[in-house]
Design a protein around this ligand. Structure first.
Ligand SMILES: [Zn+2]
Length: 325
């Protein structure tokens, strides 16, 4: 039986911050959140992060010395070498040395990881990939991100940015991606790009059936990834065509991942979690076009069971990973 080790996880989200105390057996002992913390100046949020962390450790019946590591997870851009969160369009924080500040405030070793990498670690420590060594996690939300564990180790690459699977180019004549390249996996399957493409198609067609879907309410800006999903379910031809392309291109991307890493599991997150079999089934039907049979048969492609919880286990997972290495 493995010795029980406790860690602290701090997950910085778009607006809220979630903090938890967890162990290496996949249990969360205590957790809580600070709403709107990243909408406040960093100087104001940092003391709240430190005090809630201390409180959660105490609530778990532990002393800070018993916490072996603290992991911080944040959306990019991050400076992982210096533990800083850089200026991002969605945050008022501007290049903050959070890793050093938390380490100083709590007096324990503190590490940081980006959210897609931490996502694969969350699956490894808390989710469907427990005990596995070759796993790829693909997030599908606004963009498409990836995290790769190979031979039991997180692949970080030479600058810490490995796993940008959303920007593998699938078609040189494809749609433009937010990164400037043409035909990236994200350009086909990322929420922002799908929404923009749909809105472009329907900008001058206010009578189109897509506008009558629940949740769209006649508004162009509500034509998003979910609208394509719901439109496809309702059999609206335009949405069916878009959904088929999303599934085809996702299968193509998964085929490249299978051929590159020969993983035993690929876990699809976020948008896939909400779409379920409606996405997974057509993707699996297309997959034989994009990879060798023996590789495909060795790899299970599944949808995350952690769902939105991934975002609150990522920091703790980064801490557990740091202890393993
Ligand atoms: Zn791209």
């Amino acid at each position: 039986m493995q010795e029980v080790t406790h860690v602290l996880g701090i997950d910085i989200g778009g607006t809220k911050i979630a903090i938890c105390v967890a162990d290496n057996q996949g249990n969360v002992l205590t957790s809580d959140r600070i709403p709107n913390a990243t909408m406040e100046p960093y100087e104001k949020s940092l003391p709240s992060i430190i005090s809630l962390s201390k409180e959660l450790v105490a609530r778990a019946g532990l002393k800070m010395e018993q916490i072996k590591c603290c992991g911080i997870c944040a959306p990019g851009p991050l400076d992982l070498v210096n533990g800083r969160i850089m200026k991002s369009p969605n945050m008022i924080w501007d290049d903050v040395p959070i890793c050093v500040d938390v380490q100083k405030g709590l007096g324990i070793k503190t590490v940081m990881e980006n959210d897609a990498n931490a996502g694969v670690l969350a699956e490894l420590f808390f989710g469907s990939a427990k005990g596995l060594k070759d796993v790829v996690y693909l997030t599908m939300s606004t963009g498409v991100g990836g995290g790769i564990v190979s031979g039991g180790k997180l692949i970080t690459g030479t600058t810490g940015n490995a796993g940008e699977l959303g920007h593998i180019v699938l078609d040189l004549n494809g749609p433009i991606c937010g990164c400037g390249q043409l035909g990236c996996l994200e350009a086909y399957c990322g929420g922002r790009n799908v929404a923009l493409r749909l809105q472009d198609k329907l900008r001058y067609r206010p009578d189109h059936a897509m506008f009558k879907l629940p949740g769209v309410d006649g508004k162009l800006e509500n034509l998003n990834f979910q609208a394509v999903r719901e439109g496809a379910k309702a059999g609206i031809p335009l949405a069916v065509d878009m959904w088929n392309e999303i599934c085809l291109r996702l299968a193509q991307g998964i085929g490249i991942i299978i051929s590159s890493f020969n993983p035993e599991m690929i876990i699809l997150g976020t948008a896939a979690y909400y779409a379920g079999d409606f996405l997974l089934k057509p993707v699996l039907e297309q997959l034989p076009r994009f990879g060798w049979k023996s590789f495909r048969e060795a790899c299970k492609v599944i949808i995350t069971e952690l769902g939105p919880k991934v975002g609150e286990l990522a920091g703790a997972s980064a801490a557990l990973n740091a202890l393993n290495n």
